[in-house]
Design a protein around this ligand. Structure first.
Ligand code: KIV
Ligand code: ZN
Length: 507
């Protein structure tokens, strides 16, 4: 009988630590709800003490997500643990995750503590956290570079103190599958009370081995795997959830391990996280990349047409990927539209569906054929909620290769319609400068990219923008059949997120 393994998702904590990947409160809740649909066993919702925003996000996730554990990270310090518990206490299944480094390098240079002090602190803090809640995860940071004998001791003692999960992180992505397999086996064989707890692993991807190391640990007897969507995370990221889960699923013959993950939610989750963080997925990324199920060469196409199994080891449907069929046109009615959205897995409120149908009609007037991906883009633009403080009213651009580009942009807010004119290096730059004048701020454009949503001459353009104000980065996204309009919408979307955030901070 196959063994079941738990999946902890840390996209909202370690994933959010990737540069430029920060998410606002509303976005974190959207991701958490999607993780709930994905059916992960545990969500690490953040690091409650890190900032008031982090605290609010962990609390919101804890109060709104059902059917899985919600945890907050905490250093091995009473004030961190107090804050972590305060944030998760209303969760259906709260967990405090406390950590301290155990490698000689970290203890000497970072903590400036002796082994004995680290051991004592770990035990004291697990006991301290245990007063608040039963479920305590203890991580030995930089475990893979720690002395094994010391790990055996610290794990044995924190388990006695009440830890329910011991986590073995490869914090700097240093280990290899062969080494990690033996490492986990050694811990299993030398910590006498290990059978009382879950054995968790948390692998970073510095050598591109995070998924392989995680799978090796699963074979060696780990019972919880920590992952992130699209492999987001510190530096080169963490083990990608979609890769770990699909490897276990596809190679049951080797692993004989199952997870509770609803794999058909993998693709929607990956897209959502990419949209929200503005972190694009490389085309050839395993499982969720654009090319993962595309067969380009004649030989492959011939083989797949003859029988899918020739070149496909898993089906696109198993990860919730639609075949991007030509689905609707301008004569399609509301019923067909709603049915198609339902079959794509969207369950939307009536008023949202009505608005979407109107937008679909506008799009269908501009674009002959509407594909599944066009529908996804429409839905995502509507459902990634951000209060529209500014809305595009109209714009006029004058541009050419022998003249300076000029943009006149008109935005509306709930009080006024405001218009500004600006010149710039090209039409997009001119439009952004006009918007800066309206908003009265000078933003730094950190990143700007433009992609087509589908193929074909009339494809919609999708613009993704990262705007910097002070130390914060705000992502924006806009979709339109006109790439300048898509860019302007993305810019306004990022500004609205920023203004919403500033509003929240005032409260
Ligand atoms: O990589 C790491 O060691 C961590 C711990 C805090 C679990 O993220
Ligand atoms: Zn980490």
């Amino acid at each position: 009988m196959a063994k079941s393994i738990k999946i902890l998702d840390t996209t909202l904590r370690d994933g959010e630590q990737s540069p430029g990947c920060s998410m606002n409160l509303q976005e974190k809740l959207e991701v958490a709800k999607q993780l709930e649909r994905l059916n992960v066993d545990a969500i690490e919702a953040g690091f409650a003490i890190a900032s008031p925003g982090d605290f609010a996000a962990v609390k919101m996730v804890a109060e709104n997500i059902k059917g899985c554990i919600v945890s907050s990270l905490a250093r091995a310090l009473p004030k961190d643990i107090d804050r972590a518990y305060e944030a998760v206490k209303h969760a259906e299944a709260p967990r405090i995750h406390t950590f301290i480094a155990t490698s000689d390098i970290h203890m000497k240079y970072k903590l400036k503590m002796t082994k004995e002090e680290v051991l004592q602190r770990a035990v004291d803090m697990v006991k301290y956290a245990k007063k608040y809640c039963n479920d305590i995860e203890f991580s030995a940071e930089d475990a893979s570079r720690s002395e094994l004998e010391f790990l055996y001791k610290i794990f044995e003692e924190v388990i006695k103190a009440g830890a329910t999960v011991i986590n073995i992180p490869d914090t700097v992505g240093y280990t290899t599958p062969e080494a990690f397999y033996i490492f986990i086996q050694n811990i299993r064989n030398n910590v006498p009370n290990i059978d009382k707890v879950d054995i968790s692993v948390h692998c970073h991807n510095d050598l591109g081995l995070a998924v392989a190391n995680t799978l090796a640990a699963a074979r060696a007897g780990a019972t919880q795997l920590e992952c992130t969507i699209n492999g987001l995370g510190e530096r080169a990221g963490n083990a990608a959830l979609e890769e770990v889960v699909m490897a276990l699923n596809t190679r049951k013959d080797i692993y004989d391990i199952t997870t509770n993950v609803n794999t058909t939610e993998i693709y929607p989750t990956s897209r959502l996280v990419s949209k929200i963080t503005g972190m694009k997925i490389q085309r050839n990324k395993a499982i969720v990349g654009e090319n993962a199920f595309a067969h380009e060469s004649g030989i492959h196409q011939h083989g797949v047409l003859a029988h899918k199994s020739t070149y496909e080891i898993m089906t696109p449907e198993s990860i919730g990927l639609t075949t991007n069929k030509l689905v609707l046109g301008k004569h399609s009615g509301s019923h067909a539209f709603r049915e198609r959205l339902k079959s794509l897995g969207y369950h939307l409120e009536e008023d949202v569906l009505d608005k979407l149908f109107q937008e679909f009609k506008v799009l269908a007037d501009k674009k002959k054929s509407i594909y599944d991906k066009d529908l996804e883009a429409l839905v995502e633009a509507k459902t990634l909620k951000v209060k529209e403080i500014y809305k595009l009213n109209q714009f006029v651009i004058n541009s050419g290769n022998t003249i300076t580009s000029t943009a006149s942009v008109r935005l509306e807010n709930d009080k006024n319609i405001i218009e500004e004119v600006a010149t710039g290096f090209g039409p997009v730059d001119a439009a952004f400068k006009a918007i800066d004048k309206i908003v009265g701020k000078d933003f730094m454009l950190e990143d700007y990219s433009l992609n087509s949503v589908t193929e074909g001459e009339d494809a919609q353009g999708e613009a993704v923008i990262k705007l910097k104000l002070g130390e914060y980065i705000y992502n924006g996204r806009g979709v339109s059949t006109d790439v300048i309009e898509a860019s302007i919408k993305a810019y306004i979307n990022a500004i609205n997120k920023m203004l919403n955030e500033l509003e929240l901070q005032k409260v």
